[in-house]
Design a protein around this ligand. Structure first.
Ligand code: ARG
Length: 583
């Protein structure tokens, strides 16, 4: 049990005694440590319901509260209950955490299957910055959910079907550079795409030619199908390289094209069941009027002061199917084949209406019991405060962003690192550069925009990956200086110094923080926790000598060092970040 759970159950028991009925009494970590370690505003909430005096209620509850030797409670302000945890409790917690390979992280997802839909770039189209955020966030959420005991299925739902293939095929036939394609497939495909889209802009005949190539592909033409297949395979090679660098992997790559055969019967079924109907030649899903507030109905939009239909199109008037159609088929597949209880989509906030409509449709086709989430995120900005662009004004490609970060890390490594061989330096720069990109992403609230500033991201003193990695290296280095090994499992720690207690408090919190991430899918809670933990560790390091202390004190402190390093490594692992042995 985490301390929060322990306090909640004891507090609830005291309320039960006072009120004569069972109640829930939530406890949270204190925002301001001067008032205690944990706090609860349950007395205020419960007194309000019962129209009694909150402070008086809190006083009765405290009188009935049995905390054992956990700590003490007192009342503040209008009826807050504050808990101060006893030094002995922190010591017991540290010892238990040391013996636990899960480091106190509870299992909460047993028997539940979650599909994580993330990254999902579009083949042969520029990868926009959104795909960077999605890839890093999604991978971290997958790791966290797995750690919490969920069965996680990661699926890269790439955009491998659609109008871009008309353009690519046209350009492929007229100006493919085979050599370039082999050397850097993503770049050559992108060049073909840009060439076609630029040419089509000014030339009606080329536009038409591209359209004809698409129609041929859709009709199963052998040559165009072969080109399309090669595009997918080559993109896959290019993408795999990037995912390898990022240490990201997928259980499945079921792109949009995997559902092509299911779309026509799906639309027929929707129509037959009265869930979709014809409108101006297209087939659409409309509002069913079940949502009383029109502002909350994703099938309505306000135009000129009136609520008008904003349907979800599932078949265009020319017979082609939509992104939405594929997503409905995909969701049905995930439920049918994988028995998914949940599907979490890590996708740009600009698609929020699409997902609201998709989830509403899910309810209408019998998938309303699924936990469906659109995990949206904002934009990455350049140091000029505008959306990140390359020098030539293009959308930056993920590989370029990584290359830039690694190049900057190489400079930093050359200046400050202690590794000696060139090979180690190169590997370290790669690790640090990529970690910095990941950590910056994960340390921000996913919905806010953030500035991509390599100097800040790589600073050794700052809210950065290198700072955390350095903290790990440092917390481990102490063990190399020990004259003989200490068996930490036998240590019964005693903490007396403020800095020790402060560090122990943060260590104990680990098991409380990790499950909290999934409440709103915010890895930044973990990233920020790890920064606080590292700061607590550095203060401890300054205030409390370890090796020079007398043996019992030394061993207690060694236990703190070891636990800090384990929690940092484990927590960074959940963010998809590895730690070097040396820096
Ligand atoms: N390929 C899409 C894009 O680049 C993202 C797909 C997200 N997943 C989904 N099931 N719709 O915008």
């Amino acid at each position: 049990m985490t301390l929060i759970q322990e306090l909640e159950s004891r507090l609830a028991a005291a309320f039960h005694v006072v009120l004569g009925e069972p109640v829930v009494a939530p406890v949270v970590a204190a925002a301001d440590l001067r008032f205690g370690d944990y706090q609860s505003n349950a007395a205020m909430a419960l007194a309000k319901q019962r129209k009694t005096n909150p402070r008086a209620l809190a006083e009765q509850v405290i009188a009935a509260l049995d905390l054992g030797d956990l700590g003490v409670a007192d009342i503040a302000g209008p009826g807050f209950i504050n808990f101060k945890i006893a030094a002995g409790t922190w010591a017991v917690r540290a010892r238990t955490q040391f013996a636990d390979p899960r480091l106190g992280v509870p299992v909460i997802g047993m028997g539940r299957t979650v599909v994580l839909d993330f990254s999902a770039p579009n083949v042969a189209k520029p990868m926009h910055v959104g795909h960077i955020r999605s890839t890093i966030l999604g991978d971290s959420l997958a790791r966290i959910a797995r750690c919490l005991g969920f069965t996680v299925i990661t699926d890269n739902h790439i955009g491998d079907w659609g109008t871009q293939f008309g353009m690519i095929t046209w350009a492929w036939k007229s100006s493919l550079d085979e050599q370039a394609l082999l050397e850097n497939p993503l770049q050559e495909l992108l060049r073909l795409y840009r060439h076609a889209s630029d040419s089509a802009k000014s030339d009606e005949a080329i536009r038409e030619a591209c359209r004809m190539e698409l129609v041929k592909l859709q009709q199963g033409d052998a040559e165009n199908t072969a080109i399309w297949k090669r595009c997918i395979e080559l993109s896959r090679v290019g993408l795999d390289k990037i995912y390898d660098r990022l240490d990201v992997s997928f259980d499945h790559w079921l792109g949009e094209s995997a559902y092509n055969e299911e779309l026509a019967p799906l639309v027929d079924r929707l129509v037959a069941d009265g869930l979709a109907r014809e409108s101006e030649g297209a087939i659409c899903v409309f509002s069913d009027g079940s949502i009383p507030d029109p502002a909350k109905d994703p099938f309505l939009i306000r135009k000129d002061g009136e609520w008008t239909d904003f349907p979800m199109m599932v078949r265009k008037s020319d017979g082609a199917f939509n992104y939405a159609t594929t997503d409905i088929a995909t969701l049905e597949f995930r439920r049918r084949e994988w028995k998914a209880d949940a599907a979490w989509y890590v996708v740009d906030h600009r698609q929020s209406l699409h997902f609201q409509q998709l989830f509403a449709v899910a309810g209408r086709i019998g998938l309303g019991d699924m936990d469906l989430r659109h995990i949206a995120f904002g934009t990455i900005l350049g140091t000029d405060g505008k959306p990140l662009k390359t020098r030539s004004g293009d959308l930056p490609q993920l590989a370029d962003v990584l290359d830039d970060a690694v190049a900057a890390a190489a400079t930093a490594v050359a200046e400050r690192s202690r590794v000696d061989s060139e090979e180690e330096r190169v590997a370290l720069a790669e690790l640090i550069g990529i970690s910095a990109v990941k950590f910056t992403e994960l340390a921000h609230h996913r919905l806010s925009d953030y500035v991509f500033d390599l100097d800040k991201m790589l600073a050794l003193q700052g809210d950065t990956a290198p700072y955390l990695q350095y903290s790990v290296v440092r917390s481990r280095s102490i063990f190399r200086k020990l004259e003989e090994a200490v068996d930490l499992s036998a240590v019964v720690p005693v903490f007396t110094e403020d800095a020790e207690l402060h560090l122990a408090r943060f260590l104990a919190r680990y098991g409380e923080v990790v499950p909290m991430i999934l409440e709103d899918h915010r890895p930044n809670l973990l990233a920020n926790y790890l920064l606080e933990l590292a700061r607590a560790y550095h203060s401890f390091n300054e205030a409390c000598p370890v090796l020079k202390a007398e043996p019992a004190v030394r061993d207690s402190r060694l236990l703190l060092c070891e636990l800090t390093s384990r929690v940092l490594v484990h927590g960074l692992g959940l963010l998809g970040i590895r730690c070097p042995d040396k820096m």
